[in-house]
Design a protein around this ligand. Structure first.
Ligand SMILES: *[C@@H]1O[C@H](CO)[C@@H](O)[C@H](O)[C@H]1NC(C)=O
Ligand SMILES: *[C@@H]1O[C@H](CO)[C@@H](O)[C@H](O)[C@H]1NC(C)=O
Ligand SMILES: *[C@@H]1O[C@H](CO)[C@@H](O)[C@H](O)[C@H]1NC(C)=O
Length: 221
């Protein structure tokens, strides 16, 4: 019975969200043709093949990915036993689809992967830790480091840099160790490591087409 209800709710959700994605979500709606995310060769007028592939990918895989993300955020409890591969499978599927279009700039592909998996991590297993840290902030804020207070108070940046990812990881690690479920620590480490990899910070990836973030998008944290 439970699963039937869930299915029903989810069908409703798909309908509302698909229409929502199409009509109101400004950022999502424009993502597939945001020109600075695509390689120049795919923007030429006479050959729409690449652009069509991008559009399809954005629509189908993007919707599936969004759907998965929503189910994680609704039932984060389930993710407590997952490893990073399981947690971010939808991000990888989206990445593969985008890569196959051969139209996205490399650093954009990886940056998107980072954003998606960081988001899944935060709405999934990390959500319990964030909750805990917020409670501590209310009851005894002096226990938390300044950077953790900032993390809890400020919105995440639009674009991450190697420095901001490192700073946040180093900042939160001791707090996670002290206050959160000990099972979170291994996936926290894996996640941090994969972030540094995706953003080309550990030297394994080199992006020929990398574009420096502009000052307005560089985060403080
Ligand atoms: C993650 O879990 C899945 C399913 O239990 C398993 O098949 C996979 O090998 C695991 N991956 C890693 C990197 O441990
Ligand atoms: C943390 O913030 C408080 C108050 O803003 C300040 O007095 C203190 O020096 C800061 N500590 C560190 C280590 O920056
Ligand atoms: C960004 O800020 C730094 C330091 O404030 C400055 O040196 C640099 O010129 C700025 N870059 C741009 C593109 O505005």
């Amino acid at each position: 019975m439970f699963s039937l209800q869930v299915q029903f709710i989810f069908s409703l959700l798909i309908l509302t969200q698909v229409s929502c994605r199409l009509s109101t979500d400004h950022e999502n709606r424009h993502n597939w043709y945001e020109k600075n995310r695509l390689k120049v060769k795919c923007l030429q007028r006479d050959d729409p093949t690449g652009r069509n592939a991008v559009k399809l990918c954005w629509f189908w895989e993007g919707t599936k990915s969004w759907f998965r993300r929503t189910s994680i955020s609704w039932f984060p409890e389930r993710t407590k036993t997952w490893n990073l591969t399981e947690l971010t499978a939808h991000c990888n599927n989206y990445y593969v689809c985008m890569e196959n279009t051969k139209c996205y700039k490399d650093y954009v592909l990886y940056e998107t992967l980072d954003r998606c998996s960081h988001d899944a991590f935060n709405v999934g297993p990390m959500s319990f830790c964030n909750q805990k840290l917020k409670e501590i902030k209310k009851s005894s804020p002096e226990k938390l480091s300044n950077c953790t207070m900032e993390y809890l108070e400020e919105k995440p940046p639009k674009r991450w840099t190697c420095e901001s990812v490192k700073r946040l990881g180093d900042c939160l690690y001791p707090e996670v160790e002290k206050y959160c479920d000990s099972k979170l620590l291994p996936i926290f480490k894996d996640h941090q490591e994969s972030r540094l990899y995706y953003l080309g910070c550990d030297g394994r990836l080199k992006f020929k087409d990398f574009e420096e973030p502009t000052n307005s998008t560089i985060p403080k944290l």
